[in-house]
Design a protein. Structure first.
Length: 176
């Protein structure tokens, strides 16, 4: 019966405004200052400090600084590859147009010089996708040469990316 009484004292017995009687596990009475208990509870609160949050923000900023150039490089490589693919597609379209013309009575003669713009190519060359800006010439050996619409540079341009062709291997290289 004494234990029950002490247990009740733990919850209900106040001594003055700031003190309470508590029963410890060792069955001892302890008088606590409620103000001190409140201060201890405040220090045990869960959450992140400002320094911890700032550390996380700094780490995320460092990761962003590292990742941004990598992502931008991937995007530039994709643009250059797409430009090269557009030029290869146009070259195949020119070969196809020449081959189809051989079946007609109005065969095109080689060298076949085709002028292309963003809106398409002349000489009945049908290009799906983006066509390069410039002049593509198919010679009698089946090899291509490029010439810009403006000037004598051996390049064609696709969406602002300059592309050149290697004469021996017919490999198209776009960008710097």
């Amino acid at each position: 019966m004494d234990k029950k009484l002490l247990f009740l004292l733990h919850f209900y017995c106040n001594i003055g405004d700031n003190f309470r009687i508590l029963l410890t596990k060792k069955k001892q009475f302890v008088i606590l200052n409620i103000v001190e208990v409140g201060e201890k509870m405040k220090s045990n609160q869960k959450g992140f400090t400002l320094i911890e949050l700032l550390a996380v923000i700094v780490i995320l900023a460092i990761i962003a600084l590292i990742a941004t150039p990598i992502v931008l490089n991937i995007i530039n490589k994709a643009k250059k590859s797409a430009a090269a693919d557009s030029v290869y597609g146009t070259m195949e379209a020119i070969k196809l147009a020449y081959t189809e013309s051989l079946l007609d009575t109005t065969a095109k003669t080689l060298p076949l010089e085709v002028t292309c713009t963003k809106s398409g190519c002349d000489k009945d060359v049908k290009v799906s996708g983006t066509s390069p800006d410039g002049i593509l010439t198919l010679d009698d050996e089946g090899k291509f040469t490029f010439k810009a619409s403006e000037g004598e540079a051996a390049t064609v341009s696709v969406n602002g990316i300059a592309c050149t062709i290697e004469a021996a291997t017919q490999k198209v290289t776009c960008g710097a």
